[in-house]
Write a protein that binds this ligand. Structure first.
Ligand SMILES: Cc1ncc(COP(=O)(O)O)c(C=O)c1O
Length: 475
């Protein structure tokens, strides 16, 4: 034996535990492992139980024996739109991005549901009767006008649409082709009497004054905002339910002016989504929805659909996608529309400073208010991002969409990144209208260049490649 060997001391990291300590460590590892397996199984079991409970609330469609699949007229084509998985975004993110293809409605947008519901509700309440020469008035940036004009034609009414003069030209052409009367006015603040919505109300109030010497009269309605005027010299007010013989006679013969008022008081807007879009999404996903993302113009879509989904499952996240220049983002994030530049009554140039049409607003509508309590997050979407998304979707999926749909899909990516989702979570959004409503602005590269809006699909690749956030709770 070499004498110096016994003097070599072992380094501390080479310390070998005595058999009893080793046994303890082994037991510790085993215990930790089994605890983690057990807690994972319990979590999985609870999740599955919850999902089962949700699915129990979902009513499966009965087996139908159909003799044919014919729908009755144009209004029969409204709603029941497909829910499409957007392949490029879903595959890239590892989640399911599902778009409700509202652009497939006959009037070309999500607004068909609202227009139909408003007209049907008015007929039910004895405020409108078809083929009497009655005229529906609305102030709109376009889509609702086209929907009203379409359904008015199908149901036997006339339509007058008042809109700002800076919306895409093709919307005006569609309205004229549908036989609507179109009035284009300078964009103005909502406090201005000449603002397009205020003008529509005024036109409805004065409907028939030129034709009838005695002047038109305004009928009381259930909403303070929905105006119905009549050319009848003797006004008989309908009772919202039981019509007298005189009421009925007047309703069936005298033309009326009806201000639809989708954004302010008319709850038919919210109801169309609460009873239509929401249940359809629930059924189409068998109740498996993790988030619903939508922009807001009047707010009817996000409020009505969001509220239905949230009522069915309180864990569904309802998030707003908001374009540049809109005050809603600040409202959701900080509780106030605080930006002075965007504040109501201070802007003259454009309703909202964005190339995106249909969503974004600087005042709180009644329909939006109905959903404020369930919208838990908001995402600001830049014009460049919306433009990039529209080009990306054509390039990768062959989907030719309008500006608000593109905006919604950008917000979907931002939500997924923020939540750190990557395991098949389901995010549903609205594909509001098609790109063919936007040739002159959003889909016009020259227009975008003049407006200094970059066209760069790479923006979407960057968004898709951005790291997942650690913060998993919506603000
Ligand atoms: C193209 C488009 N997308 C989205 C919306 C927003 O829908 P909502 O009014 O329900 O908020 C509108 C509203 O007019 C629209 O025209």
């Amino acid at each position: 034996m070499v004498p110096w060997v016994s003097h070599i001391s072992r380094p501390s990291w080479l310390h070998i535990p005595r058999p009893s300590t080793a046994r303890h460590i082994l037991w510790g590892i085993l215990l930790g492992f089994s605890l983690s397996v057990t807690s994972t199984s319990i979590a999985l079991y609870l999740k599955q139980r919850k999902q089962k409970r949700i699915e129990e609330r979902f009513e499966p469609r009965p087996i139908e024996l159909r003799s044919d699949e014919v729908v009755d007229g144009v209004t029969g084509l409204i709603g029941n739109t497909p829910l499409v998985r957007i392949k490029s975004l879903s595959d890239a993110l590892g989640v399911e991005i599902l778009g409700k293809a509202e652009y497939l409605n006959p009037g070309g947008s999500v607004k068909d549901r609202v227009a139909l519901r408003m007209i049907e509700d008015a007929e039910r309440q004895g405020l409108l009767y078809p083929n009497t020469g009655s005229r529906i008035f609305e102030g709109t940036v376009g889509s609702t006008g086209i929907s009203i004009a379409t359904i008015a034609r199908a149901r036997g009414y006339e339509a007058t649409i008042i809109m700002p003069d800076d919306v895409a030209e093709e919307k005006v052409k569609a309205l004229l082709a549908l036989g609507a009367q179109v009035e284009r006015v300078r964009p103005a603040s909502i406090v201005d009497k000449k603002q397009f919505v205020n003008l529509a109300r005024e036109r409805a109030e004065h409907f028939g004054q030129d034709e009838v010497a005695s002047g038109s009269a305004i009928l009381p309605t259930s909403s303070s905002s929905v105006v119905v005027s009549t050319t009848a010299a003797e006004v008989v007010a309908p009772d919202h339910g039981i019509l007298t013989v005189e009421d009925e006679q007047e309703l069936r013969t005298k033309p009326r002016g009806f201000f639809a008022d989708q954004s302010s008081q008319n709850k038919s807007n919210f109801d169309a989504h609460y009873e239509g879009t929401g249940p359809e999404i629930w059924r189409q996903t068998s109740g498996r929805v993790d988030a619903f993302v939508s922009g807001a113009g009047t707010g009817g879509t996000v409020a009505g659909t969001g509220k239905f989904l949230k009522n069915m499952n309180g864990d569904v996240i309802v998030a707003l996608s908001d374009p540049e220049g809109s005050g809603l983002y600040n409202k959701i994030k900080f509780g106030v529309m605080f930006d002075q530049r965007e504040a109501e009554g201070t802007k003259r140039r454009h309703q909202v400073d964005t190339v995106v049409e249909g969503i974004g607003i600087n005042r709180l509508t009644h329909n939006m208010e109905l959903g404020l309590d369930i919208i838990s997050d908001a995402f600001r979407v830049l014009d460049e991002e919306a433009v990039a998304m529209s080009r990306y979707l054509v390039h990768h999926d062959g989907l030719f969409l309008g500006s608000s749909s593109a905006c919604n899909l950008v917000a979907c990516i931002k939500l997924v990144k923020k939540m750190g989702w990557h395991s098949g979570e389901r995010v549903v959004t609205i594909l509001c209208d098609s790109g063919n409503r936007h040739y002159s602005k959003f889909w016009n590269d020259d227009y975008l260049r003049d407006a200094n809006i970059e066209i760069n699909m790479g923006i979407i690749d960057d968004l898709l490649e951005a790291p997942l956030a650690n913060n998993h709770s919506p603000a």
